[in-house]
Design a protein around this ligand. Structure first.
Ligand SMILES: Nc1nc2c(ncn2[C@@H]2O[C@H](COP(=O)(O)OP(=O)(O)OP(=O)(O)O)[C@@H](O)[C@H]2O)c(=O)[nH]1
Ligand SMILES: [Mg+2]
Length: 222
C-alpha cells in the first residue's frame, strides 16, 4: 500500500488524478438493504463508510461525488437507516460499490431499531468477502469513542482492513488539527487491521476530499 508521506510530488499528483477521474464518473444509488438477504451479489470491490451517528458519513459521500443529496444527511442522529449501496465508475465495467452505513453509538430512534441495525452492520462488516476497506469516520473534535473501539476490535478480529477518517475539520483551529491527527495515529498504532494513515477531512470546506478519492481509487485498482 502506498504511503502518501513518502511519494514524490509527481507520484502524489498521479494518485490524486486517479481519484479525481474515478469520482468524475457516474455514481448512482443502487439500493437500501435492511437484511443480509438483500445484499447485492458480491461481484465487485466495496468500500464502506462507518462511524457513530451524525459523524458525517453521508456528507462525505456527497462531497466525494460532488452531489448535494445523493446520500441523505440530517442533523438528527440516525438519518441513515439502511445499508445504502452506491455504484461508482464505468457502467461498462463493474466499477465498485460505496456503502453508506447506519451510524452506531447513539441515534434518536428506538433502542430495538438500533439493536437491529447494529446486528446487521456487524454481520455485514464481518462477512463480506469483497469489502476491501472500512473507512471509520471519527468526529475530529471528539476523537475515538468506546463504540468506535468496539467496531475496531471486531474488524481486527475478523481481519477486515480499516482506516480512520476524521471529519468536521472546519470546526478546529490549526493547532488542534495537528494534535488530533497525532493522537489518533498513536491510538491505533498497535491495532492489527488499522491502516496507519489518518486523513483529516471537511465535507464543508473540502479538506482531505482529494485524498479520500485517491484512497478509494487505489482500492478499486487492486
Ligand atoms: N461543520 C461540518 N458539519 C458537517 C460536516 N460533515 C457533516 N456535517 C454535519 O453533520 C450532520 C450529520 O451529517 P450526516 O452526513 O447526516 O452524518 P451521518 O454520519 O451520515 O449520520 P447518520 O446517518 O445519522 O449516522 C449534518 O448536520 C451535517 O451537515 C463537516 O465536514 N463540517
Ligand atoms: Mg448518514
Amino acid at each position: 500500500m502506498n504511503n502518501p508521506d513518502v511519494l514524490s510530488v509527481e507520484e502524489q499528483e498521479a494518485r490524486l488524478e486517479k481519484g479525481r477521474l474515478l469520482f468524475a464518473q457516474n455514481c448512482d444509488f443502487l439500493k437500501g438493504v435492511v437484511a443480509l438477504e438483500g445484499l447485492p451479489s458480491a461481484d465487485r470491490v466495496e468500500v464502506a463508510f462507518a462511524g457513530r451517528s451524525n459523524v458525517g458519513k453521508s456528507s462525505l459521500i456527497n462531497a466525494l461525488t460532488r452531489r448535494k443529496s445523493l446520500a441523505r444527511t440530517s442533523n438528527t442522529p440516525g438519518r441513515t437507516q439502511e445499508l445504502n449501496f452506491f455504484t461508482l465508475g464505468d457502467p461498462q465495467a463493474l466499477g465498485l460499490y460505496l456503502v453508506d452505513l447506519p451510524g452506531y453509538g447513539y441515534a434518536k430512534v428506538s433502542r430495538s431499531l438500533v439493536e437491529q441495525w447494529t446486528a446487521l452492520l456487524k454481520a455485514y462488516l464481518r462477512g463480506r468477502a469483497t469489502l476491501r476497506r472500512v473507512l471509520i469516520m471519527i468526529d475530529a473534535r471528539h476523537g475515538i469513542k468506546q463504540s468506535d473501539l468496539d467496531i475496531m476490535a471486531m474488524l481486527d478480529e475478523a481481519a477486515v482492513s480499516y482506516q480512520i477518517i476524521l471529519t468536521k475539520a472546519d470546526k478546529l483551529k490549526l493547532s488542534e488539527k495537528k494534535q488530533i491527527v497525532t493522537r489518533v495515529k498513536e491510538d491505533i498504532r498497535k491495532r492489527v487491521a488499522a491502516h496507519p494513515d489518518v486523513i483529516l477531512t471537511s465535507a464543508v470546506k473540502g479538506d482531505g476530499i482529494d485524498e479520500v478519492r485517491a484512497i478509494v481509487a487505489e482500492l478499486a485498482g487492486q
